[in-house]
Design a protein around this ligand. Structure first.
Ligand SMILES: NC(=O)c1ccc[n+]([C@@H]2O[C@H](COP(=O)([O-])OP(=O)(O)OC[C@H]3O[C@@H](n4cnc5c(N)ncnc54)[C@H](OP(=O)(O)O)[C@@H]3O)[C@@H](O)[C@H]2O)c1
Length: 230
């Protein structure tokens, strides 16, 4: 018998895929795993009962796509906005598409996903966890080439604070985790050869536990989760 319904956006690989596998271990959890690559979602998760996969592209009509998907899934107790796009280019070489795609996936797509989720968040409460980056955390060390990525992740932090202000009289909680480096395809593509101190699964352990429990104590907060970045 399941009684906790969890949506993971950006679940086809990396930290998101590790989150699905980890959270599936608890028979209480029913999981909706979404991203663009439906074949990969099916390949990874088809053997797992209590995991449904759906295609969602954060670059277009996000609110409409997500509304249709969520209407099939029903109530959402936990929503983890994990999908992300990292463009690594010197500032002067960033074109309009690089900047707008970064903001579309990392900020606008998240905001519209949350809008679509609102009707499905139960009145007893829900926890929304936004996955940001240490690059978007105020005062952290910054890296050249990440102006589009890290400013968009900073906007995601800001959205978290603004959402919580508007929903402070409800049982909906939202927090934002600013991750340090974890070994994934995104990291390898952006920083070839760099060895992160954590695997995707190790990072997912913290995120899963926080998503399940953190909102009992914490709401509207921007939290650094990093072994690597000052
Ligand atoms: N790895 C790190 O060191 C690190 C550090 C700080 C923050 N983070 C953040 O942690 C999150 C996960 O990172 P990761 O390293 O696991 O990245 P990843 O391996 O590149 O995985 C990203 C996930 O996002 C999905 N995604 C990308 N664009 C999408 C779109 N337009 N629509 C829907 N889904 C989309 C991808 O699936 P599809 O391709 O199937 O769409 C994939 O499942 C990201 O938000 C990232 O910014 C990671």
């Amino acid at each position: 018998m399941t009684n906790r319904k969890i949506v993971i956006v950006g679940a086809s690989r990396g930290i998101g895929a590790a989150l699905v596998e980890l959270l599936h271990k608890d028979p209480m959890n029913e999981i909706l795993a979404v991203s663009r690559n439906l074949n990969e979602l099916e390949r990874r998760f088809k053997k797992l009962d209590r995991v449904t996969v759906e295609q969602l592209d954060l670059t277009a009509d996000v609110r409409q796509q997500a509304t249709e998907i969520f209407s099939r899934f029903g109530d959402i107790d936990i929503l983890i906005n994990n999908a992300g796009l990292l463009v690594n280019k010197p500032f002067n070489q960033l074109n309009h598409e690089d900047i707008s795609a970064s903001y579309q996936v990392n900020v606008i797509g998240v905001m519209e996903t949350v809008q679509a989720a609102l009707p499905y968040l139960p009145s007893k409460g829900a926890h929304i966890v936004n996955i940001s980056s240490m690059g978007g955390f105020q005062g952290s060390v910054k890296f050249p080439g990440l102006a589009a990525y890290s400013t968009s992740k900073a906007a995601l932090c800001s959205f978290t604070e603004l959402f919580v202000e508007e929903y402070k009289d409800t049982q909906i909680k939202m927090n934002c985790l600013c991750l340090g480096a974890a070994q994934t395809e995104m990291l390898e593509a952006a920083f070839p050869g760099y060895q992160a101190p954590l695997s995707a699964s190790e990072m997912a352990e913290f995120i899963a536990d926080f998503a399940l429990n953190g909102h009992r104590w914490i709401n509207g907060k921007i939290l650094p989760v990093s072994l690597s970045t000052p």
